[in-house]
Design a protein around this ligand. Structure first.
Ligand code: HEC
Length: 153
């Protein structure tokens, strides 16, 4: 009997451990290097995706463009988690300290950028000025954030 209970106990601990591991925030295990390099990679990816969105939408390939818009929207949400307090410097980051002094404003801009990509999926097809609409709901958000929160280069 004792052995049986121990096995049940072990199973219990095993499942609890799995649960705890799975419920930790995704990046809690990442080093500062992985965080800074990770966010740079995500921004670069969004840049190339944005260019593809523009190319596809200009050609009238809206379904493909919309899939990429949703991808960008999700990436912005992920990026919010990529600016923890310990990632202010190092690894050639261009993130300015003002981000952590105005974290709410920064996060709001990220959320707005994410929401605007979803708005785009709804209006792009019927827009009579594709370029202007992409400018307003996609490109202007990059500039709004970079001009305040990213080092000029
Ligand atoms: C809410 C803020 C915010 C928005 C919106 C935003 N960026 Fe950025 N971006 C940043 C910050 C901060 C950095 C610097 C990250 C670092 O170096 O750690 C950055 C860095 C970059 C980089 C350089 C990555 C590297 O390898 O160093 C590119 C490219 C970039 N952004 C493109 C874009 C484009 C294109 C858009 C819009 C489609 C955009 N960003 C929207 C804040 C933003």
């Amino acid at each position: 009997m004792l052995i049986k209970y121990n096995i049940i106990g072990l199973k219990y601990i095993f499942f609890i451990s799995i649960f705890v591991i799975l419920s930790l925030p995704a990046n809690s295990e990442l080093s500062v290097e992985e965080i800074i390099k990770g966010r740079k990679a995500l921004f670069s990816k969004n840049y190339s995706t944005a260019k593809r969105v523009q190319a596809l939408a200009s050609k009238g390939e809206f379904e493909k463009a919309k899939t990429l818009m949703i991808e960008m929207s999700e990436n912005y949400k992920t990026l919010i988690e990529y600016f923890p307090d310990n990632s202010k410097e190092g690894f050639k980051t261009e993130a300015l300290p003002i981000i952590w002094e105005n974290k709410n404003e920064f996060n709001d801009l990220m959320t707005k950028s994410s929401n605007d990509m979803i708005k785009l999926t709804k209006i792009i097809e019927t827009s009579d000025d594709i370029k202007g609409t992409l400018g307003k709901f996609m490109w202007s958000n990059c500039k709004a954030c970079h001009s305040k929160f990213r080092a000029p280069h």
